[in-house]
Design a protein around this ligand. Structure first.
Ligand SMILES: Nc1ncnc2c1ncn2[C@@H]1O[C@H](COP(=O)(O)OP(=O)(O)O)[C@@H](O)[C@H]1O
Ligand SMILES: [Mg+2]
Length: 243
């Protein structure tokens, strides 16, 4: 579904790599949680695999399509929820979702059925014809999720998606992630919230200073680390524990 091999990326003028030799393979039907402290390289990795940022070294493929040489085919298979929602402020929710549906070639009946179901789930139906700039952060997050799912992507990528969501919406989002994977699709999301990762991920990875330090099944990781809690494991590999 997603294969990242030996990926590295440096920003201009920076001597350290924001992503450093990262390899990762995600299978159909799994939820993968991408954990790491601030500045670890989570957003950079996500922006690379969604085709927003260029990379110097390594390779990325989505559903067998190489991101550099077959970028349109690769991107067609991705739905992306960014960590900031300032770009489409002037559109209404409906215009934004229609725009996304047009980009991905979703027919009118299908987009309506998908949008209606998600709007109802997120209690956003009444705001659908208001400009996105009038939305709260949580509402922007929700419309961004609807836009990302309108073409029912094989790989759904979310950057810090729980930020700003109330408990009900966070619950709905977790349900959506599970439902997505139950269809044999894949979810890749970054988070600071260890409890969320612990609850819903099939596998997790911890990235520190651009390097993937740990990746695997939660139970296996815990067993390998002497049955510690995810918090203990995170603090010991990511630093931050003050002895
Ligand atoms: N546009 C940018 N220009 C230069 N450096 C950047 C830029 N974006 C991120 N970085 C740096 O790259 C590293 C990884 O950042 P980021 O991917 O945003 O981490 P995370 O999402 O895990 O918090 C950090 O050291 C950050 O300062
Ligand atoms: Mg980030």
């Amino acid at each position: 579904m997603l294969k990242i091999e030996n990926l590295s990326k440096s920003y201009a003028k920076s001597e350290v790599k924001a992503v450093d030799g990262l390899s990762l393979e995600l299978k159909p039907g799994e939820i993968f949680g991408f954990l790491g402290p601030n500045g670890a390289g989570k957003t950079t990795t996500i922006k690379i695999l969604t085709g927003i940022l260029q990379y110097e070294e390594g390779s990325v493929s989505v559903c067998g399509y190489d991101l550099k040489t077959q970028s349109n085919d690769a991107k067609r298979n991705i739905g992306y929820v960014s960590d900031s929602h300032v770009i489409y402020d002037k559109l209404t929710g409906r215009e934004y979702v229609d725009f996304m549906a047009d980009v991905y070639g979703v027919d009118i009946a299908t987009r309506k059925e998908r949008a209606d179901r998600l709007l109802e789930k997120f209690e956003l139906t009444d705001a659908f014809d208001s400009q996105i700039k009038t939305y709260s952060h949580g509402m922007k997050q929700k419309i961004s999720i609807i836009g990302a799912l309108i073409h029912n992507p094989n790989l759904w990528v979310l950057d810090e998606p729980m930020t700003g969501l109330d408990p009900q919406s966070a619950f709905q989002l977790k349900e959506l992630m599970r439902a997505h994977c139950a269809e044999g699709k894949t979810v890749f999301f970054s988070t600071h919230v260890l409890e969320v990762a612990e609850k819903i991920c099939d596998r997790i990875g911890i990235i520190v200073k651009g390097k993937l330090i740990i990746a695997g099944n939660l139970e296996e990781i815990k067993a390998a680390q002497g049955d510690s809690s995810l918090e203990d494991i995170f603090l010991s590999v990511a630093g931050g524990r003050h002895e």
